[in-house]
Ligand binder design. Structure first.
Ligand code: ADP
Ligand code: MG
Length: 610
């Protein structure tokens, strides 16, 4: 049989390597930024267009390259950073594999301009899909500029796999954070579609963190310092009271490089034990410096997973160091945090006997009668009970009047309102601060308060969108909310929809905050900043949803604003919720397709007693 094995041509080998190194535009950003750092740059500029799909450009004022080096840099396994295999265990640079530029040039249009301090003229090189299409002398500043255009132009499957611009930008920003955080001595600027996202001067590590994550971060940081023979630890953890439920800011850097390590993460979590609820996630910015001979960086092409020689020792030292810092800065444990104060018996009632509920029957009672005093009362009360989050106004022009109308027509089918017996009163009570129990015709109804309210709010917001006649209330004192650059990018996409909903929000001239001048009638003023920030967080990694219109927006708002399980509801608010739920077009399911209530039929109850 003839021989069948042959060596792959370089451009094919490069494309294969690219599959590992370049997953998305953010991978290009990481490689180019790291090259600029390795070149000793003191100023680095990152420019992206359309989430990096159209352009990723990095401009540095580092060493630059000679003509020959410029040409060689795009060859596979071409590197200036190591000579021998042993060098792998004494790495001082970010790169060493010599494959990033070759990989990138195999799957994009690359344009490089570079000049060293010794040369008077520089070199310009254009490469498309591993092929050099132009090389000429050029007048360029000292340093290197590499632009990468039309990523994956020759691999449509990969290109189609990319997410929306917004999501890709979010990944790029993540990479930018990682590199910028651990190189505070380097100045960085970052532009997206012509707008400046970051402009970071040379500064301290702490200043860099604050610059990136906003000034409120400053008072939240607790320094961590520890020096042992195995490792030097320095950096900050965020005070436990500012921990978030979402992953948030978690950064480990080993020998100047961002790394991921669930093992070390666990050690930090263990140090926070007893200081915050278990579902909260600690935030941290921790630098670990170990002897380069005791760390293996070459276990993964992207170099974010590394292997430490003495992981167990590291775990223990890190945990102790974080614990020590938290203790030193007087962060006292939150004792018994599972204890729900709402469940305490008020002091005055502690020794009183339980009294059986009295039942008074009003035979004329009809909750669905528009002018029923009860109806009017819970209209008022429900708003109070839900902290005014959702006001049902009696105003005939209000969108909500249509719900009441539906409810009035549908009600008799569900509730036995004409039957003048005890059962006709659809009295409610709350179970486990989670369910509203009520009686219908021939069954017991158990309603999940959170899901039910989500449904009510969801339909309310959808109608508001459709009819465009939302009521806003102007704030007496407009609230300014500071946002990080990332939050601002996401927020910009959300703004038109928010304003259509009755918000009046503008960006300030400073560019790092927004001013809320008016809010929808259905919200309260108190938690506006929390609401906006929580809302943005929902979109952080799900950028495509930003554009997916009103339905998603209504869902998201209803999720954020619905009364939560665990919240005590007054009887009036319970009744209002029941009525509002059955005034909905689709009361059975929450907007997220979960059951809002279950029924226990009379005969099922009977059967249980057989
Ligand atoms: P590696 O960084 O692993 O060495 P790369 O493919 O990223 O591999 O780069 C190849 C070589 O090109 C580097 O070793 C370096 O000598 C040179 N190089 C790349 N980017 C720059 C830059 N911005 N400035 C100066 N030299 C660079
Ligand atoms: Mg490199």
């Amino acid at each position: 049989m003839a021989d069948v094995i042959h060596l792959l041509p370089d451009h094919v080998a490069n494309q294969i390597a690219a599959g590992e190194v370049v997953q998305r535009p953010a991978s290009v950003v990481k490689e180019l930024l790291e090259n600029a750092i390795d070149a000793g740059a003191s100023h680095i500029k990152l420019i992206v267009k359309d989430g990096g799909k159209t352009l990723v450009q990095v401009v540095d004022d580092g060493s630059g390259m000679s003509v020959t080096d410029a040409r060689l840099s795009f060859e596979r396994h071409a590197t200036s950073k190591i000579d021998r295999a042993e060098d792998l265990y004494n790495l001082q640079t970010k790169g060493f594999r010599g494959e990033a530029l070759a990989s990138i040039a195999a799957i994009a249009h690359v344009d490089m301009q570079t000049r060293t301090a010794h040369d008077e003229v520089g070199t310009q090189l254009k490469i498309e899909g591993s092929e050099v299409v132009a090389q000429e002398a050029s007048v360029s500043p000292k340093g290197t500029s590499i632009s990468v255009k039309n990523l994956f132009f020759n691999i449509p499957a990969r290109r189609n796999f990319l997410k929306s611009d917004q999501v890709e930008l979010r990944h790029i920003t993540d990479e930018f954070h990682r590199v910028a955080l651990i190189h505070p001595n380097t100045a960085f600027a970052y532009y997206n579609n012509g707008g400046e996202l970051f402009n970071l001067p040379k500064e301290s590590f702490r200043q860099r963190i604050v610059h990136i994550f906003g000034s409120k971060m400053n008072e939240r940081l607790v320094p961590v310092e520890e020096q042992t023979e195995v490792v030097k630890i320095s950096g900050f953890v965020v005070k436990p009271e500012f921990a978030k439920k979402s992953r948030g800011e978690q950064f480990f850097f080993a020998n100047g490089r961002f790394i991921k390590s669930s093992y070390l993460h666990h050690s930090v979590v263990a140090a926070f034990e007893g200081l915050m609820r278990s579902e909260m996630k600690p935030a941290y910015f921790l630098r670990l410096d170990v002897n380069p001979t005791s760390i293996d960086i070459n276990i993964h092409p992207t170099k974010t997973e590394v292997k430490f020689d003495d992981e167990h020792a590291l775990y223990a030292i890190l945990k102790a160091a974080v614990k020590h810092s938290l203790g030193q800065f007087n962060i006292t444990p939150v004792l018994d945090f599972d204890h729900d104060q709402n469940l305490d018996t008020p002091y005055n009632f502690q020794n009183k006997q339980a009294i059986s509920p009295r039942i008074t029957v009003d035979s004329n009672f009809n909750p669905f009668e528009p002018n029923s005093p009860v109806r009017n009362q819970y209209k008022k009360e429900s708003a109070k009970g839900w902290e005014n989050m959702f006001e049902i106004s009696g105003n005939g022009n209000d969108n909500f009047s249509s719900v009441q109308f539906e409810s009035e027509t549908e009600a008799p089918e569900i509730f036995e309102t004409n039957d003048q017996t005890l059962d006709s009163n659809p009295a409610t009570f709350q179970l486990q601060r989670k369910y509203i129990v009520t009686k219908i015709k021939s069954a017991l109804l158990v309603i999940n308060q959170n899901r039910a309210h989500q449904r009510v709010l969801y339909e309310h917001f959808l109608r508001s969108f459709d009819q465009g006649n939302v009521l806003s209330q102007e704030l007496l004192f407009p609230t300014e909310i500071e946002l990080t650059a990332t939050e601002m990018t996401i927020f910009t996409g959300l703004l038109p929809n928010l304003n259509a909903l009755g918000f009046q929000i503008e960006k300030t001239k400073k560019g790092n905050s927004v001013i809320v001048r008016a809010i929808p009638h259905s919200l309260t003023e108190t938690n506006i900043a929390d609401f906006i920030q929580g809302y943005i967080r929902e979109f952080e990694y799900e950028g495509q949803k930003v554009h997916s219109g009103h339905d998603h927006m209504a869902k998201s708002l209803s999720k954020t604003l619905a009364i939560k399980n665990g919240q005590l509801l007054e009887t009036e608010a319970q009744m209002a919720l029941v009525n509002d739920l059955f005034g909905c077009a689709e009361p059975k399911l929450s907007p997220f397709k979960k059951l809002t209530y279950i029924t226990l039929q009379d005969n099922e109850i009977e059967n249980k007693f057989l």
